[in-house]
Design a protein around this ligand. Structure first.
Ligand code: PLP
Length: 359
């Protein structure tokens, strides 16, 4: 298998893929693949409900929260959040931490008034702004944060205290990577294709009051209420992606749960950040130390020439996905939950060797 450091869709655990393969043609002796089955069948409904209950268990989601399994990716949530939750006269507040929060606010601007509550743009988004710098407008409908900026490689270490104002988190690139106190959020959403399985299903975790009374003048499929009141079975769900997300959640559980996964993630990333920090300046981490991500490690080498050579040689050594996002350049190693320790060790060794040959 490749040393897969893709930013998304990303690596899946071998065990999950193997189980998916074993069950692919004849799911639970039904004579059918799960993807050939009616989404109204008891077998599919069991899979669907189990994904919700595993999410609830592993993330400690309170009973007063709904868990929706939607389509359209996190990008659709950028629009659904303001369509549903930003009434006239209120302001959608956003913390600007990089590329994905910029996309989120742009969508909100199509529907209502928005405000930038804090920004690290002046520092090229190399850090999460000080939480004490967040200024909430008086009539804020919510504060939206991007818990992990996938492209810049920054991550909130703690979340802001917003008092009565609802906190909404885009956790697409770090959901399930560390324990989070869900009760501090009114809503959390994430595309599945980094830590939760293949692309195709989008998870929305929301306090009931956020999703049970949506405006009537927006399309049916865009109303949270439609999905919340129909157990996310109003229309055909992305059944195969939901099924694989279930296998992924069972894998997390077998690893001991989210706190244990975080420990593994810290050990994995330490190997690579240490290699950067001990390189005497050959490698430079992009993110400020205090904002470093456990999921996306962004770094540079002093010339673009060497960066290109690094990518080329890494590919020849079986590494995939180390080129930085086209919008920021440099290098990026995405170390999501399913990336094994041995891939990170191999990368740290490769980096040290590359430096020896080119430093
Ligand atoms: N938010 C973050 C933090 C992301 O990393 C991504 C995708 O990489 C998205 C949103 C967009 O997700 P999707 O492709 O599911 O629309």
């Amino acid at each position: 298998r490749a040393y897969n450091f893709n930013a998304g869709p990303a690596a899946l655990p071998l065990e999950v893929l193997q189980q998916g393969q074993e069950e692919f043609i004849n799911f639970l002796d039904s004579g059918m693949s799960i993807m050939e089955m009616s989404h109204r069948s008891p077998i599919y409904e069991q899979v669907h409900n189990e994904v919700q209950s595993l999410l609830r268990e592993l993330m400690g989601i309170p009973d007063s929260y709904k868990i929706l399994l939607l389509q359209g990716g996190a990008s659709t949530q950028f629009a659904m959040v303001p369509m549903n939750l930003l009434p006239a006269g209120k302001v959608g507040a956003y913390v600007m931490t990089g590329s994905w929060s910029e996309k989120a606010i742009k969508e909100a601007q199509l529907f209502g008034e928005t405000a930038v509550a804090a920004s690290s743009e002046a520092d090229k988004f190399n850090r999460i702004p000080d939480l004490s710098a967040i200024k909430l407008p008086d009539n804020a409908a919510y504060l939206h944060v991007t818990s992990n900026e996938t492209i810049e490689g920054t991550q909130y270490q703690t979340f802001p205290d917003t008092g009565d104002v609802t906190l909404i988190g885009d956790m697409s690139s770090d959901i399930m990577s560390r324990p989070v106190d869900v009760s501090r959020f009114g809503m959390i959403y994430a595309g599945a294709q980094k830590n939760l399985g293949p692309s195709g299903v989008t998870i929305v975790i929301a306090r009931e009051d956020m999703v049970l009374a949506s405006p009537k003048n927006i399309p049916t499929m865009m109303r949270y209420e439609t999905h919340a009141k129909n157990n996310s079975l109003y229309n055909t769900p992305p059944s195969f992606s939901v099924y694989l997300a279930g296998l992924m959640l069972k894998w997390v559980k077998a690893k001991g749960g989210v706190a244990d996964i975080e420990k593994i993630n810290r050990d994995k990333t330490r190997l690579i950040y240490d290699t950067i920090d001990q390189s005497g300046g050959f490698y430079r981490g992009f993110a400020d130390q205090g904002s470093r991500s456990l999921m996306n490690i962004t770094f540079r080498i002093h010339t673009e020439e060497l960066e290109k050579q690094f990518v080329k040689e890494s590919e020849a050594h079986g590494f995939v996905g180390l080129k930085g996002h086209r919008s920021v350049g440099g290098l990026r190693a995405s170390t999501y939950n399913a990336v094994p320790m041995e891939s990170c060790k191999a990368l740290a060794d490769f980096m040290a060797d590359f430096q020896k040959r080119n430093g």
